[in-house]
Write a protein that binds this ligand. Sequence first.
Ligand code: ADP
Length: 424
Amino acid sequence: MTEDKKSLLQEYKLEPDNELRFEVEAKAEKVYLTLKNGLAEIFGTEIVKGKTYEFTAGAKVAVYTWQGCTIEVKGKTDVIYTAKETPMVLYSNCHAALEIMRSESEKENKRGPITMIMGPTDVGKSTLCKILLNYAIRMGRRPIYVDIDVGQSTISIPGTLGALVVERPSSIDEGFSQEAPLVFNFGHKSPEHNSKLYKMIIDQLAVIVKERLEVNKKTRHSGVIINTCGWVKGEGYKQLLHTGKSFEVDVILVLDQERLYNELVRDMPNYVKIVFLQKSGGVVERSQHARSEIRDQRIREYFYGTTKKQLYPHSFDVKWSEIKLFKIGAPPLPDSCLPHGMKPEDHLTKLVALTPNPGILHHILAVSFAEKEDDNVILSHVAGFVCVSSIDTERQTLTLLSPQPKPLPNNILVLSEIQFMDSH
Ligand code: ADP
């Protein structure tokens, strides 16, 4: 098919259990999709018949139908094809098994299943989370979504871990509604950069999530779905075991990697159900460059919103004296200089006061909820993020890009390694 023809209106008739997959070119115009007949869903969210959905550059989409349907696609797609082989029946069986556990938990007034999705990068972990959450919502559940994938965070900006009570199916173009997410700043794009801190935040997140399960009956029975990082070897694997233990998981779904599955069967307690699942042939692999672009886009959207829902961030100056800036992790001390009782890795979770300096230009700063500048800052969740857009060492001021106007909700700020070049 020629490029021109591809940009025309096309109609696709899908048989039951088929999936139409397409990608929108990185620099392309928009692609529009309308369901003409039948029933279809995108990653577990039902498509409304007759409504036109818009997809922007870089979107990677699969329209799946259980019953068969007709879809109209308008605009230039990078690739577009119908797949007859999909793992959707397997994924739906997992959902059905979780539903049985949820119903049992209702009868026994216990907590519902805590499920962790694992696998290497680009196997469709986030997508499977989305599908399972959407199916749960469609059954009237109200699960908690936890995302600990700091590289490709889906709840807040990169470098964070978060949790969200999901009350509505994810919107096809906007994702899950972001009302009052609980967000922790880790400050790096891979857990490798500070394993100790990562573990501490996981433990804190697990405590808070379990508390939330206690206070809301519906959520308690619905359970939790946890999305994880693709770092599954060595220390990364140990981190996964630690997370499983900390959250007291009941179910682990392993995508694509049999080795990981076998290791988990060997290392997890017997009562944890571990299921191996095929990845979908539709999952698109992303290069390092693509990953870093997605990270930038997430931050851009945090400040400026999307084309559909634009946001207008504020830019203002703050005096250095008005803020208290910290970073987490001091340079390591040689063993011989360690104060009594201090372990060599303790420096990794030390709160260090920082004087603003040109090195923090373009860095993200987390606005902490902590009331005092003590060790609690490390484990406090955050009110939001600002970005340092310029620094004046003479006047001793910082210019911040912020979603909210001045004043900042708190003057305790924590430096993140994540940077954002504001091109607006
Ligand atoms: P992971 O979380 O394992 O890194 P993702 O779930 O983020 O993987 O999937 C990678 C990309 O593949 C995403 O852009 C997603 O939209 C896309 N994708 C997932 N499943 C499909 C599918 N069945 N067809 C087309 N694209 C898909």
